[in-house]
Structures are given as structure tokens and as C-alpha cells.
Write a protein that binds this ligand. Structure first.
Ligand code: GRF
Length: 195
């Protein structure tokens, strides 16, 4: 099967790119039907253009509420037959409208070993705390901030003396490897069964 994904991003979009790359290299049986972004000028948009991927860019402040813009997004995703929503650096809290339409079909990646260091600047939080084992978490999205059920984690140990930039680089490498692999697993387990 070829699963229809929607990627949600607000920034650089390196995970979006890694997922698209995995699709091109046939490591991931999927298709990105649309990139959704709340930051029309973010770099993820440029990446999507380069790959000829449809873009839905919105500005939250032009809508009266989260429900209003999410209702528009839901209509678009349904029209496109999207089966799985993949958050990749999407900086908004997902609301009820999306969550109720796509129960268990929204996943996120977070750059720490949850439940440690949820929320913003997770790598910096962990680094300042002095942790020795860094990692990433892929999880279901629920109403909380980085609180949904964990799907996958991976970790590495630092020897000491690494700069935060070096740690960040390693975390991103791990994300770019594990996110496509995990999506592939979800497609061939959960999505297949429910079809
Ligand atoms: C990643 O570190 C991800 O874990 C977090 O936001 C960052 C997004 O990076 N949720 P990018 O936009 O994919 O480069």
C-alpha cells in the first residue's frame, strides 16, 4: 500500500525532507499529499516547492479560532484522502477538531527521551541539566504537550566535552533515520489493519 501522509511543519523542515527522501528512495511506502504550515515563509515551504508537494499555508491570526482553521484543514485532508498526520516541528497545539477526526492518526517527534524534557528547547534543557544519555521520541499526539503514548525511542550516550551543537547534530541525524522507519512500521501494521 502507498499511504497518504500530511506533514505539518513550522520551521526548517529537515524531518519533512528526510521523510520525502525516504519516499524517493523507496524506503517508505507513502506519498506526501500536502504540507500544512502555520508559517508561510518557513524553509519547509521552500523544500515542499522544490519537491512539487502541495502546500497549505495559513496564518492563525486571520482566523477567529483554532476550531475555524482546523475545520478548514480537516476538509482539505479529507478531500485528499490523508490517512496519517505527521507533525515535524509544528509549533501549534493540535486541537479537538483535528484530534477527533484523526484519532490515533496523528504522530509527533520530540528531541528528548520523554517524559523527560517536554515542551520547547528540549535539547538545551537536557544539555543544561547535564544528562549523559540523549535521545528522541516518536509518540501519538493527545491533548497535552508531548504527553501522548510513546511509539518509538532511540538514544546515544555522550562522553563529555561535546558542544551543544554537536549534540544537536547527532539528535537530528537520529530523527532523520528513525522517523521514516517508524512511519513505515505504522503503515504496515496499524494503517494496513484498519483498511
Ligand atoms: C525537531 O527537532 C523535532 O524533534 C522537533 O522540532 C524539530 C523540527 O526540526 N519537534 P525540523 O524543522 O524538522 O528541521
Amino acid at each position: 500500500m502507498t499511504a497518504k501522509l500530511s506533514l505539518f511543519a513550522s520551521g526548517n523542515g529537515s524531518n519533512f525532507e528526510a521523510i520525502q527522501q525516504a519516499i524517493v528512495e523507496k524506503r517508505l511506502d507513502a506519498y506526501i499529499a500536502v504540507l500544512v504550515t502555520d508559517q508561510p515563509d518557513c524553509y519547509a515551504v521552500e523544500r515542499a516547492r522544490k519537491h512539487n508537494i502541495d502546500i497549505f499555508a495559513f496564518s492563525a491570526k486571520t482566523y477567529s479560532s483554532k476550531e475555524t482553521y482546523e475545520t478548514e484543514i480537516v476538509k482539505l485532508l479529507k478531500d485528499k484522502g490523508v490517512e496519517l498526520i505527521v507533525l515535524a516541528g509544528y509549533m501549534r497545539i493540535v486541537g479537538n477538531v483535528l484530534m477527533e477526526t484523526f484519532p490515533d492518526r496523528i504522530i509527533n517527534i520530540h528531541p528528548s527521551l520523554l517524559p523527560a524534557f517536554p515542551g520547547l528547547h528540549a535539547i538545551n534543557q537536557a544539555y543544561q541539566y547535564g544528562v549523559k544519555v540523549f535521545g528522541i521520541t516518536i509518540h501519538h499526539v493527545d491533548a497535552g504537550i508531548d504527553t501522548g503514548k510513546i511509539i518509538e525511542q532511540d538514544a546515544f550516550r555522550i562522553e563529555g566535552g561535546e558542544t551543544i551543537e554537536e549534540v544537536e547534530e547527532k539528535i537530528h541525524q537520529l530523527e532523520h533515520k528513525r522517523y521514516p522507519e517508524t512511519i513505515q512500521k505504522i503503515i504496515h501494521t496499524t494503517l494496513c489493519k484498519k483498511k
